[in-house]
Design a protein. Structure first.
Length: 559
């Protein structure tokens, strides 16, 4: 497949049309929230602004990765479509990614950061000794898991994709791709440990930017390797492995700048290692609740007609943009700060930063949620409806996106509320509540899929996230002695009304200028206008409703 310069321009234009709303909201929100609720305590105010700046840094680099990710998925949709080959690739790719999120990127971070924060109080030499012991243990565990997983792949697939067993073509394709891609787990898990270390030292940029290398590798594989191979999906599997190698390789110079050159060794008797393992063991389910719920949807989707797995994958990819920009960015940035406050016994500062993070997320995610649900069809059509991806695929994927979008606020809040628990080295609470959420998801998924097919699976995931978020919020409110003050609730209320006004603008736009049925460029222009107009409508409405922080922000005054 030869991609011309014009096509590249079109792909980027389509993608930027989708991300513009999130980008503008985040940038504006960063400036507003950096100046609101100024405390008399200068240290606490400085710490809170540091959280905001860190979250903004993570979000900015994440935006770059997501833009490349959308370009990647646009190209994948052209190469694979939404048929047997696509289903096989996405299920096979989900295997190492599921275990990465379950045991590495999420869980390892929340287990390592609080303990490393404590160890640094005894000096950097002690901290580095602890890291070497953890690196040795992780390397040994990954070697065993990778070899065992590759050999046991047929049994893993029976668990992850039972519906493929009766279809020899999909089964064989998935088995081949899964065995090639599973070693990616080892590369990305070691990379995740490096990210956790860098985040503890509040070096967020590299960890947030690294995933872009996977997207670059996959784009390279799709554009250069796939046209020259009989099986294009296998070319993409090679791209996944290349992305893992690149992400791990660039971590070493950054770690060296911190003064730590990894020298893995085994020392299970070290007290800090044992504390980390204890926290890790109880955190597995809690930090991976969203991924477990999505996995349940994927497993059940394999029992539905061909294409259901792909519909959920593409919808989830869109959903991950605001989740990464807002929820994951804030959760990543706030965990080291909350851990530091708790280590110093400063619960008041921790409560202030937590309320700041939650208020920020609510203010940002409400308009993003509404825009994503209202514009689901145009977003999917503009980004993916090319080549083998048909109009029918667009409709099915858009409905799944709307169902996922219902839970956006809950998905984001779970990240931050769980981080507040982990900062206290309390993994039991989020684990228990996550278990309730998983159970809710399984029950609802089995029920709703009978009536709404793959859309019911996405909706069950969103409703389960609300159960998890509600339980966590009630626990944190009891633990911290309350979360929001009156001004926080008023700000969220103004955001609700402004969001409704934004939806009204989109409704009127649709009456006078409907989304183009054909024409790639016209669709991209329409989507950019809708997103840009929605952003303007939201901020204008928020200001008129009394969000004076907007005006003060422009004048550079605290609010």
């Amino acid at each position: 497949m030869q991609l011309s310069t014009a096509l590249h321009s079109h792909l980027l234009l389509c993608t930027l049309g989708q991300v513009k709303l999130s980008a503008v909201l985040w940038q504006k929100g960063s400036r507003i929230m950096s100046n609101i609720d100024v405390k008399s305590n200068r240290e606490a105010n400085h710490a809170s602004k540091s959280v905001v700046r860190a979250a903004s840094t993570v979000s900015g680099w994440t935006m770059l990765s997501r833009v490349l990710g959308f370009v990647r998925d646009i190209i994948l949709a052209r190469v694979l479509g939404a048929g047997i080959l696509a289903d096989a690739f996405f299920v096979a790719f989900k295997l190492p990614n599921f275990f990465r999120r379950l045991f590495a990127e999420g869980t390892l971070t929340v287990a390592l950061v609080p303990v490393l924060t404590d160890e640094r109080k005894s000096g950097e030499e002690q901290a580095h000794s602890f890291l070497n012991a953890m690196a040795g243990l992780l390397l040994l565990a990954l070697t065993i898991i990778t070899v065992a997983g590759t050999l046991a792949m047929p049994w893993l697939l029976m668990l992850f994709a039972p519906g493929f067993a009766d279809e020899p073509d999909r089964w064989q394709q998935t088995l081949l791709l899964a065995r090639w891609m599973f070693p990616y787990l080892a590369f990305i898990s070691l990379t995740a440990m490096a990210w956790a270390v860098l985040n503890t030292y509040k070096r967020f940029s590299l960890a947030a930017a690294s995933p872009a290398l996977l997207n670059v590798a996959l784009i390279f594989a799709a554009v250069v390797l796939a046209p020259n191979m009989e099986n294009p999906a296998l070319a993409l599997a090679f791209g996944v492995l290349l992305g893992g190698v690149l992400q791990l390789g660039i971590q070493f110079p950054a770690l060296k700048k911190l003064g730590w050159v990894p020298r893995p060794r085994l020392d299970l008797k070290m007290a800090a290692v044992r504390r980390t393992l204890k926290l890790f063991a109880t955190a597995v389910l809690g930090i991976a609740a969203i991924q477990i719920n999505i996995l349940v949807g994927t497993i059940l989707a394999t029992l539905l007609p061909v294409g259901s797995v792909s519909f959920l994958y593409y919808a989830d990819r869109i959903m991950e943009l605001p989740l990464a920009l807002f929820g994951i960015a804030m959760g990543t940035a706030i965990l080291p700060t909350l851990s530091e406050h708790m280590s110093n016994g400063d619960r008041a500062a921790a409560k202030y930063d937590l309320s700041l993070g939650l208020a920020w997320l609510a203010w940002l995610t409400l308009p993003a949620l509404a825009g994503m649900i209202w514009l689901a069809g145009p977003i999917i059509a503009t980004l993916f409806e090319h080549g083998k991806f048909t109009a029918a695929d667009t409709l099915a994927t858009a409905h799944a996106l709307q169902a996922y979008g219902v839970g956006l606020v809950a998905f984001c809040w779970v990240r931050v509320l769980a981080a507040a628990c982990y900062a206290e080295k309390d993994a039991a609470t989020p684990t228990r509540y996550a278990a309730y959420g998983v159970a809710t998801n399984i029950v609802l998924a089995i029920i709703l899929m009978q009536f709404f097919a793959h859309v019911g699976l996405a909706l069950a995931t969103s409703l389960a996230a609300f159960v998890n978020a509600t339980l966590l919020f009630l626990h944190i409110r009891r633990s911290y002695g309350g979360v929001f003050e009156a001004k926080d609730l008023k700000r969220i209320g103004r955001a609700v009304v402004a969001t409704l006004i934004m939806v009204g603008f989109l409704f009127v736009l649709g009456l006078f200028w409907s989304f183009p049925v054909e024409g790639k460029l016209l669709r991209a222009i329409w989507l950019c206008c809708a997103v840009g107009g929605g952003v303007i409508a939201f901020f204008a409405a928020a200001w008129l409703l009394g969000e004076k922080s907007l005006l003060k922000m422009r004048r550079g005054k605290p609010v």
